[in-house]
Write a protein that binds this ligand. Structure first.
Ligand code: DXP
Ligand SMILES: NCC(=O)COP(=O)(O)O
Length: 255
């Protein structure tokens, strides 16, 4: 992703494929969404190849790698099948996420500490292939320590609980925000590159974008939903603008 930006935006296009798959066929095409995202200022494309292929499919990953110049962040479960697919396509990054077939979406973070021995060879294999490994984890020091010990250079903090807390009142929202603030600072202090994502919207993005240690946000479902009303280009540009506003250095007024 672009080195020039100190907060990158990865646009997740999974739910373009969700709509396509509702009817079969090839409309709307995730590849076209990726092209629009690139034009709208995305720094990267994120796609989650779920084991059940409920949205993105294998052919989407192949097309994205062949036809999109932006870095691809390939979200994958910790399975041999997914490691083989990643090694075949060599995306810029592979983000390992926990998956349960019966879940509606990614409900929690990866248990990097509990699954240490199973993850270690996968992280190694992906890294040796030149793929930047990221672990999708909760804002929890034990998980950050495990990510570091595994040799993953990047962690992505699951912002789902934070986004849900937005609807539970200011106290709960602030509590979840602070957990992410502290975790991001801790992650950076032990040498990890910190990303964040899941469920972010125009209402919730700014406090996360304002956290200086966070280098990348991955956002999808809200952007694709909002695109129904204002178009994909406009929905991405507005998100980018909110991120930039949150990140802008405070202007000190002369006395
Ligand atoms: C890991 C993650 O947060 C994304 O993959 C996002 O959740 C979109 O995919 P799902 O809606 O299938 O969970
Ligand atoms: N890793 C999070 C992601 O890619 C986007 O999640 P969402 O915005 O679709 O919930």
């Amino acid at each position: 992703m672009s080195a020039a930006r100190n907060l990158r935006l990865g646009v997740n296009i999974d739910h373009v494929a969700t709509i396509r798959n509702a009817r079969g066929g090839d409309h709307p095409e995730p590849l076209r969404a990726a092209r629009i995202a690139a034009e709208a200022g995305a720094d990267g494309i994120t796609a989650h190849l779920r084991e059940d292929r409920r949205h993105i499919g294998d052919a989407d990953i192949a097309r994205l790698r062949e036809q999109i110049a932006l870095p691809l962040n390939f979200e994958m479960a910790a399975t041999r099948e997914m490691v083989s697919i990643a090694l075949r396509h060599r995306p810029h990054a592979a983000c390992i996420v926990p998956e349960r077939r019966e879940e509606r979406t990614t409900e929690g973070g990866l248990d990097a500490a509990g699954q240490f021995n199973a993850l270690a060879p996968m992280v190694r294999e992906l890294s040796v292939a030149g793929i930047r490994v990221s672990l999708f984890i909760a804002a929890d020091r034990e998980q950050f320590d495990a990510a570091r010990a595994l040799g993953a250079p990047v962690v992505e903090i699951h912002t789902g609980s934070y986004c849900e807390a937005f609807h539970s009142g200011p106290g709960a929202f602030e509590f979840e925000r602070m957990r992410i603030v502290e975790a991001a600072a801790y992650g950076a202090s032990i040498g990890l590159e910190v990303h964040a994502g899941h469920g972010l919207s125009y209402d919730t993005v700014k406090p996360i974008a304002a956290i200086p240690e966070i280098r990348e946000l991955n956002i999808g479902h809200f952007l694709i939903g909002e695109a129904i009303f204002i178009g994909l280009d406009a929905s991405i540009r507005k998100m980018r603008q909110l991120m930039d506003e949150a990140r802008a250095p405070a202007v000190v007024q002369p006395e």
